[in-house]
Design a protein around this ligand. Structure first.
Ligand SMILES: NC(=O)C1=CN([C@@H]2O[C@H](COP(=O)(O)OP(=O)(O)OC[C@H]3O[C@@H](n4cnc5c(N)ncnc54)[C@H](OP(=O)(O)O)[C@@H]3O)[C@@H](O)[C@H]2O)[C@@H](O)CC1
Ligand SMILES: Nc1ncnc2c1ncn2[C@@H]1O[C@H](COP(=O)(O)OP(=O)(O)OP(=O)(O)O)[C@@H](O)[C@H]1O
Length: 561
């Protein structure tokens, strides 16, 4: 990579206080028709973003206003079409340093008539000409126009490449294998023009030398990425030309090849960064259910792919590496699977609990199973992700919003958005057994519309006392004991139960980031908390009873309404 970087660096001209507008490049883009206005915009804006000073777009009149509306930075000339005159184009061309022909040009034979004129004019001016998309389509039958013009750079995708090979060699190419060799032969047959064959690896050759661009890129193949490449290549090709011999390129590497390498690396790196930022939306099994998730990282160690996923809407404590068997494409069929599983799961819960209806004050509540046919099945259209099994779903909403309130910056004593975002969350690993209980809790609340019976049968106070007892043979101070002694939360601890305590643990890592503890104190605390969680796992049967949930009484107001 370092040598790739040094090649690219060597064609980038240094900035200077002496330079004036236009010296860093005036690039032309010939393209843009009624159907395709995006392609010339992407190409033109990429040329500018790479660093040229001015971009001129030559398009059909019915595309001009649209392209202008995308960006005031582009200078748009609506000169293509039936009224085209070579003179008007040549007038502008004189001022250009390179020209990109093809993005969004269209393939109407009558509209392509002036192409030969434009190509000849650009050649006469001895500037780099980049052919892409419909410019390549035109070249298929007119390749002799560029034969031997070594400042021509062709950027075919694999389909365009095989068509070109077919036209130039005169016989069909049944397979797309050996792109390497075929690219070298084609570039040589075209008189050492530069070819950039885009694909999984980009192959760059002038028929003598060949280089590959294997930067990681992105698995996302949306339209327009080729336009980014051809536009940026417009600028790089001019720079390579301008640097000439002073660029000190490796032996046999031409300026056009170096420019192509720069454009390929840049496009692929932009693709990689965009993918790293936005990830791929997927569905992922967690326990018995499927959740919407985002794939943030992929690891292929030992040739077994693993995916690091974030469950959409869930705290990042739940982020984890999963193997392929748990991942599903985000499509309608799998979304249906997700809904089916939720229904099955609901049914299972109902059948387990249906006979034992919980009671409050001796009055039997209406069971969840009594929900009427046709009533909204929340999870079938509202993904689970929207509610977390955390303090934010129920009792501790105040504390969760207290954290969120730290975000506005109106008070100078408050932390900034950047500080908030960059705050390192303390990782508290919740054991899988307890995670399953949290998921059950979420389903009870959001799917079955239950509430936790208060005061809890086994209260937080009781749990902490049990813990203190269990630890009594150990040291005198335990988190449980100190919480009871110093916290002043006796009343709450006598009302809430194990599930509330567990919900608190989901957010606790985030809260601890706000404490003043030093690293060793924090380590000690976290290890105590993990020990306490293990204690909860051991006693889960007692502390997390399934009959802790009740169905709330129907709202009389709603009923009368
Ligand atoms: N926003 C805009 O304005 C944009 C406008 N654009 C403009 O559109 C115009 C037409 O360009 P184009 O790329 O759609 O035509 P072309 O290359 O013939 O592909 C046609 C078919 O070939 C196939 N195929 C393509 N690549 C393949 C591959 N690597 N590997 C395998 N197969 C591949 C695939 O067919 P499929 O296999 O899906 O049947 C594809 O549908 C042109 O002016 C361009 O600039 C674009 O720049 C995008 C953004
Ligand atoms: N399989 C792939 N893996 C990684 N990067 C790829 C892959 N295929 C293409 N690319 C990269 O995407 C960019 C555009 O290539 P692509 O083949 O999509 O061009 P195109 O079809 O001409 O695009 P457009 O949609 O603009 O017409 C290039 O930089 C290329 O390196």
């Amino acid at each position: 990579m370092s040598s790739v970087r040094s090649i690219i660096k060597s064609i980038i001209p240094p900035l200077s206080w002496e330079s004036y507008k236009g010296q860093a490049g005036r690039i032309g883009v010939v393209g843009g028709s009624e159907n395709y206005t995006g392609a010339p915009y992407y190409a033109g804006i990429s040329a500018l973003r790479v660093g040229c000073d001015l971009v001129h777009v030559f398009c059909y009149p019915n595309a001009a206003t649209v392209i202008k509306s995308y960006s005031p930075e582009l200078i748009v000339h609506p000169i293509l079409g039936p009224l085209f005159t070579g003179d008007s184009f040549r007038l502008w061309l004189q001022r250009l340093h390179s020209v990109v022909i093809g993005p969004g040009l269209g393939r109407e034979p009558t509209l392509l008539n002036p192409m030969a004129d434009m190509i000849q004019a650009a050649k006469a001016q001895d500037i780099p000409i980049i052919f892409d998309a419909d410019g390549l389509y035109y070249l298929e039958q007119h390749w002799h126009l560029i034969r031997g013009y070594t400042k021509a750079i062709l950027t075919p995708n694999i389909v365009e490449f095989s068509r070109l090979v077919e036209w130039v060699s005169g016989h069909p190419t049944p397979t797309l294998e050996n792109v390497h060799d075929k690219a070298m032969s084609l570039a040589a047959a075209l008189g050492n023009v530069t070819l950039v064959c885009k694909g999984h690896k980009d192959v760059i050759t002038n028929g003598v030398e060949i280089i590959m661009c294997e930067e990681p890129g992105s698995p996302r193949r949306c339209g327009g990425q080729g336009d980014l490449l051809s536009g940026s290549l417009g600028t790089f090709a001019h720079w390579a030309e301008q640097m000439g011999n002073s660029s000190q390129l490796p032996d046999r590497m031409t300026g056009s090849m170096a420019a192509a390498l720069a454009a390929c690396c840049l496009t692929r790196e932009c693709n990689r960064l965009a993918f790293a930022e936005h990830g791929e939306k997927v569905l992922c099994f967690h326990g018995p259910l499927i959740y919407e998730a985002k794939c943030l990282k992929i690891s292929g160690k030992d040739k077994i792919p693993k995916y690091y996923v974030h469950y959409a809407g869930w705290n990042k404590n739940w982020d984890e590496w999963v193997n392929e068997t748990r991942m599903l494409k985000h499509n309608e069929a799998n979304l249906q699977k997700q809904r089916d599983l939720i229904r099955q799961h609901e049914a299972q819960i109902k059948s387990k609990k249906g006979l034992k209806l919980p009671t409050v004050g001796g009055v039997k509540r209406k069971s969840e199973g009594a929900r009427k046919e046709g009533e909204p099945e929340h999870l079938s259209n509202t993904p689970l992700r929207e509610v977390e099994p955390s303090p934010s779903t129920a009792s501790a909403t105040t504390s969760s919003s207290a954290i969120k309130r730290k975000r506005p910056r109106s008070d100078a004593t408050m932390e900034s958005e950047e500080e908030y975002v960059s705050k390192v969350e303390v990782k508290i690993k919740i054991p899988d057994e307890l995670k399953a209980i949290l998921v059950e809790d979420l389903l009870s609340i959001t799917v079955n519309h239950k509430l936790v019976l208060l005061p809890a049968k086994v209260t937080v106070k009781k749990i902490l006392e049990d813990y203190v007892k269990a630890k009594s043979s150990a040291k005198a101070t335990t988190p449980g004991k100190s919480l009871l002694e110093k916290g002043g939360h006796e009343n709450l601890a006598e009302v809430f139960g194990g599930i509330h305590l567990l919900r608190l643990f989901v957010k606790l890592g985030g809260y601890l980031a706000y404490t003043q503890l030093n690293e060793s104190q924090m380590q000690h605390l976290v290890s105590c908390l993990h020990e306490f969680l293990r204690f909860l796992v051991k006693n889960a049967g007692t502390y997390f009873q399934k009959d802790a949930y009740i169905s709330p009484a129907p709202d009389p107001k709603k009923k009368s309404a």
